[in-house]
Design a binder for this molecule. Sequence first.
Ligand code: NDP
Length: 396
Amino acid sequence: MGRVIIIGAGGVGTVVAHKVAQNPEFTEILLASRTLSKTEAIAAAIGGGRVKAARVDADSVPELVELFNAFKPDLVINVALPYQDLTIMGACLACGVNYLDTANYEPKEEAKFEYNWQWAYQERFRQAGLTAILGCGFDPGVTSVFTAYAAKHHFDEIQYLDIVDCNAGDHGKAFATNFNPEINIREVTQKGKYWENGQWVYTAPHEIHKALTYPNIGPKESYVIYHEELESLVKNYPSLKRARFWMTFGQEYLTHLRVIQNIGMARIDPIVYNGVEIVPIQFLKAVLPDPGELGANYKGETSIGCRIRGLREGKEHTCYIWNNADHEVAYKETGTQAVSYTTGVPATVGALMFLRGEWRKPGVFNVEEFNPDPFLEELAKQGLPWHEKFDIDLEV
Ligand code: NDP
């Protein structure tokens, strides 16, 4: 037991392939993606014949089924794009394979971040005796596990959750996105949304912002945006009176983003140009720097964590749990920058949790529904150490 297929050969897939290959518990590893040459290049860089390479169109259930039946994996790690989540889950059900991903399903034609589509598979996975682990990157992923850990060990009731995501790295480009530009721009240009007093509160994009201080980095302007883990966390922790997600953006980045939107380049509907249908945001992706190639000159750190306020023995307490990752260190180990690294390492750790039987139960689950302790212990060993501070001013 330990046969795994990784789907997707982008920045995150590169990290997962490297990390999985470092862990002997994964006995057979296949990296499959849309472009065979990319999977072959990653497998060759890892060397030793440890990772095999294949081509698959993950939009096609029959192609996936053929691949799964030939390789017979125990687990599929889906690090392709969110558009492929449902076809891959469908193929897993058809072949009796367990599933793990890092991003919730999105329909191509509408930027809509909801777990409903994947939660709808709950009964089918349960009846098949298969495990589906949703959102096992950093955010969602580690942030949700940090929350579960704090709720388990530090509080009787968690009431206020602020997830804070800072990228203080500099890649030297005028404008680039740290992961797939299409997915990234769809995410950060949407309306703001957070949970308060039992309902969702909507804001204009980037309306709420303030400077927050990040460990080893200092103050950075941070903006409330909607992020998918909020949906499952407010469901799984009904004691939360408020839950928000903050992300840092530089002024240059926001100016570029505003121009991109104002001139229509962020559109996700097709337009006809010279008799050919193109989707502006997909064209934009083709001319922007490839996030996978930013690593070589990336300097600085990311800092992502949870700032939590709640009650213990009737008294109010605060807790801040976070990880800092260094772009240059990530690049030295895997040839990718820290945003891909901080996503690929937790996906690998989630897969290890599954193989060890720690995170295995029939059905479809978000990561906070599993035991956080073995995951966080392993996360630190696999390259993402984390820290905690208590009863400090959370600034939020
Ligand atoms: P990339 O765009 O770099 O890589 C995506 C890969 O998926 C590419 O290799 C692409 O193939 C492949 N792919 C796309 N469509 C198909 C298809 N139909 N069949 C097979 N393969 C396909 O993205 P990233 O590596 O940056 O991100 C991967 C995933 O990780 C995304 O879902 C993203 O949302 C998620 N993510 C999650 C984070 C978290 O913390 N939870 C943070 C960052 C990312 P090709 O090379 O041919 O284009």
